[in-house]
Design a protein around this ligand. Structure first.
Ligand code: HEC
Length: 163
């Protein structure tokens, strides 16, 4: 009878010990939770104010970059959006700088080429609607066409487009 009692006693005191630890952890967690906000209300408030000020500065900066970013050159647009196909002639794309491939196409005129590119032609999907404006795409058309023997003028942004 002694042995089982001892066992029961020790196991229940173990349980109590565990409960005490759990309760202690819970209590100290609760204390930390309560303590943090009440102990640092002023600094939390000023941190919040700082964060809000920073956020304002950040979002203004972001808008400024998007709105007033410099106009991309034809070469920049070409490298970012056109070279993937035109550098190596993917899907039958006329290869950059290859006058034989470009010659027959240039005769249709700059506007027609721009329309092909903006709205798509054959295996070339419409190039309008991405990260560049249609105007910037037209500069890329001049860039590729001229590299292939064309004599087009690099389009300059009309005043209205620059605003
Ligand atoms: C998905 C691959 C692909 C991308 C990206 C691409 N092109 Fe093309 N491009 C082609 C193919 C293929 C053709 C030939 C289309 C045809 O004549 O059937 C072509 C044709 C052209 C032509 C001649 C159009 C005509 O009417 O003969 C021009 C100019 C041109 N691309 C410029 C561009 C420019 C500028 C860009 C980037 C803004 C661009 N391409 C992006 C595949 C591409």
């Amino acid at each position: 009878m002694n042995a089982p009692q001892k066992n029961a006693g020790s196991s229940s005191s173990k349980t109590f010990f565990l409960l005490a630890i759990i309760a202690g952890l819970g209590l100290s967690a609760a204390l930390v939770n309560i303590g943090a906000p009440s102990g640092s209300v002023p600094s939390t408030t000023s941190d919040l104010a700082k964060a809000q000020r920073l956020q304002k500065v950040g979002s203004v900066t972001l808008k400024t970059v998007q709105k007033d970013r410099p106009l991309a050159t034809g070469e920049e647009v070409y490298k970012a959006q056109c070279a993937a196909c035109h550098a190596a002639g993917i899907s039958g794309a006329p290869i950059f700088g290859n006058a034989d491939a470009w010659g027959p196409r240039l005769g249709q005129g700059f506007e027609a080429l721009v329309q092909s590119v903006l709205h798509g032609k054959g295996a070339m999907s419409a190039q309008s609607g991405g990260q560049f404006t249609d105007f910037e795409i037209s500069r890329a058309v001049a860039y590729v066409a001229n590299a292939g023997g064309g004599k087009f003028v690099d389009p300059q942004a009309p005043a209205a487009e620059e605003k």
